[in-house]
Design a binder for this molecule. Structure first.
Ligand SMILES: [Zn+2]
Length: 79
């Protein structure tokens, strides 16, 4: 959902590298070369970025919809 701040296995900080990694891979760069240039060498850390699926924006959409419904419901019961 959200990239973990640290590698689950070794604890290296990886959360700050997600934005650049995702942007560069999206523009067509090779993911392995991007990881090398970011200094992520161990395979435990590499899998954190390679296997990550960013779904927070989709989840937030449902949350916002639920909030709207909650507001509408509270408005209805005030009448
Ligand atoms: Zn690691």
């Amino acid at each position: 959902m959200i990239i973990p701040v640290r590698c689950f296995t070794c604890g290296k900080l990886i959360g700050d590298k997600w934005e650049e990694f995702a942007r560069r891979v999206k523009t067509g760069e090779d993911a392995g070369e991007v990881l090398d240039s970011l200094g992520i060498k161990r395979y435990c850390c590499r899998r954190m970025l390679l296997s990550h699926v960013e779904i927070i924006d989709e989840v937030l959409r449902f949350y916002e919809e639920a909030e709207k419904r909650k507001e509408a419901r509270s408005y209805y019961y005030q009448q």
